[in-house]
Design a binder for this molecule. Structure first.
Ligand SMILES: Cc1cc2nc3c(=O)[nH]c(=O)nc-3n(C[C@H](O)[C@H](O)[C@H](O)COP(=O)(O)OP(=O)(O)OC[C@H]3O[C@@H](n4cnc5c(N)ncnc54)[C@H](O)[C@@H]3O)c2cc1C
Ligand code: SF4
Length: 474
């Protein structure tokens, strides 16, 4: 611990955002990094707790947070980097998009403002790249064993890097034309510019990882070929099956899943050709259904496309408004109202709204029909149930609806059928022990096994799968 009184002397400072009027005119990242001097002060706020809740309770990859906070305070950036790289394969991604459960678990957030952990993480890894300290680590010895990883999201990438460094010949198969999964096609550039992924991929290629894009495994290559060619198959397929809204009028044109919209926008922004009919918010009145992060990404994208007006409706009640920087649920993740940069850019949000139906002319959507609801506790079961408020129905004129109501589970298809993996009660690929499935030699990691979650959890799961595979092959 560099400075025992740091947290008493310095307030928490986070990096500013680019001005709203400026950032909505492009897709570049909205946050501005802190200076090295400010980061040193922020690092000195860390108390090096006897039990570092940030590391043990908050961070899914168990980042060595107190150590690198101290390193940044002392200006020992290279040492901080080596500690960061010890636990996280994609720190430049989590440093940008992680909701930072480490910060809500930080001891300082019991009654004050947590250490600025996420921005310190980002600064360390960016300094590492800028100084040329982030270099390939090819294996010293080859094992001769071959591993196929299906899916190139953060779980697949983390597992691929760990396994390659342990000496396995790793091929990552991806059905899309570029690598990255949701990092590439879900999260918009204003949160994560795509050169950031390409920069990491260069390191991975230099380590000897083989990437095969435009390959739908199970169709373009068969399960028989996969089994014959590889010693292990790791499924990191994501949880791509979206939750739908089964109401009258759902089949009208201009009602789309959020991921279809975001994928198309991400492709367009990065200059990739798309053959589908364009989905654009330009000059339209748009409703995003679903109050989570995916919905917020749709809002920010629609604003950049020149939307006329954007609404976001959520069926759940409005969470607790909490202005203080402390955490009311410390050390757990608090259920409080969150306002993203996209919301700040101009969006009308409402909670406890039930979508009843859509209507239109011919096949074209023109209106949505809604009712307000109240969540009540069922006296018999103790469970929450929704009750429609009489006379609360209302109608909204709409040109485009984006369904961002979460994901149900991994896609069940020929690949999963022919491998013979079992699913759990939620439809995710069932893990027996750590990352093993019911099919011998087939492992699972990331959202495909856990259900839709976070980048940092997918990284952790990918690393765990790599460890389990290494054990299995020994
Ligand atoms: C719009 C959106 C925004 C998000 N924002 C954030 C955020 O800001 N912060 C955060 O922490 N989390 C965020 N998340 C969640 C996070 O992105 C996911 O939890 C994470 O990407 C899961 O990683 P994964 O590797 O398991 O799967 P994915 O990233 O979903 O990757 C799975 C890959 O497998 C490929 N694939 C599937 N089947 C096959 C097959 N048969 N053959 C070949 N390839 C196949 C898919 O094409 C895909 O590329 C967001 C999610 C969404 C949808
Ligand atoms: S919990 Fe907060 S103050 Fe304690 S070690 Fe972690 S970052 Fe530092």
């Amino acid at each position: 611990m560099g400075k025992s009184t740091g947290f008493l002397e310095y307030p928490r400072v986070t990096g500013p955002y680019r001005p709203k009027q400026e950032r909505v005119r492009d897709y570049r990242e909205f946050s501005i990094p802190l200076t090295s001097d400010e980061l040193a002060k922020q690092g000195s706020r860390c108390m090096d707790c006897g039990i570092p809740y940030c590391h043990a309770i908050g961070c899914p990859v168990y980042n060595l947070i107190p150590e690198w906070n101290d390193g940044v305070y002392r200006g020992e950036w290279k040492d901080a980097l080596s500690r960061l790289e010890a636990t996280n394969n994609l720190a430049e991604i989590t440093g940008r998009v992680c909701p930072a459960p480490c910060e809500t678990a930080c001891t300082l957030s019991i009654n004050s403002a947590p250490v600025t952990i996420k921005q310190i993480e980002l600064a360390i890894i960016e300094k590492g790249f800028a100084q040329g300290w982030v270099v390939p680590h090819p294996p010293k010895k080859e094992s001769g064993k071959k591993i196929a990883i299906i899916g190139s999201g953060p779980a697949g990438l983390a597992a691929a890097q760990q396994l390659r460094r342990a000496g396995y010949r790793v091929t990552v198969f991806e059905k899309a034309s570029r690598i990255g999964g949701i990092l590439r096609y879900g999260i918009p550039d204003f949160k994560l510019e795509k050169w950031v992924i390409d920069r990491r991929l260069k390191q991975m290629v230099d380590e000897g990882i083989n990437f095969e894009t435009n390959v739908l495994v199970g169709e373009d290559i068969s399960v028989r070929y996969l089994r014959r060619t590889y010693d292990i198959v790791l499924l990191t397929l994501g949880a791509g099956h979206p939750r739908d809204l089964q109401v009258p009028g759902r089949g009208l044109e201009n009602i789309h899943f959020a991921m279809d919209y975001l994928t198309q926008s991400n492709r367009t922004v990065s200059g990739e050709a798309t053959s589908e009919k364009p989905i654009s918010a330009k000059d339209k009145t748009v409703l995003v259904i679903g109050g989570g992060d995916t919905g917020s990404d749709c809002v920010g994208t629609a604003i950049r496309q020149g939307v006329k007006k954007v609404y976001q409706y959520e069926i759940l009640p409005k969470p607790l408004r909490w202005e203080s920087p402390s955490n009311p649920s410390w050390p757990c993740w608090p259920d409080i109202l969150r306002t993203s940069s996209s919301h700040e850019e101009g969006c009308e949000r409402e909670w406890s709204i039930l979508t009843k139906q859509f209507s239109g002319h011919d096949i074209h959507l023109t209106e949505g029909h809604f009712a307000r609801i109240e969540w009540q506790t069922d006296k018999r079961t103790g469970q929450q149930k929704m009750v429609e408020l009489p006379g609360s129905e209302f109608t909204l004129k709409l040109d485009l609806v984006l369904l961002a109501m979460g994901f149900l589970h991994a896609e069940h298809n020929r690949l999963t059928d022919e491998l013979g993996v079992e699913f759990d009660e939620n439809g995710n690929i069932k893990c027996r022990e750590v990352c093993t499935t019911s099919a011998d030699g087939v492992f699972v990691a990331g959202d495909a096994g856990t259900g839709a979650s976070l980048v940092v959890r997918a990284i952790n799961h990918g690393r765990e799968a790599a460890k389990a595979i290494n054990q299995y092959l020994k």
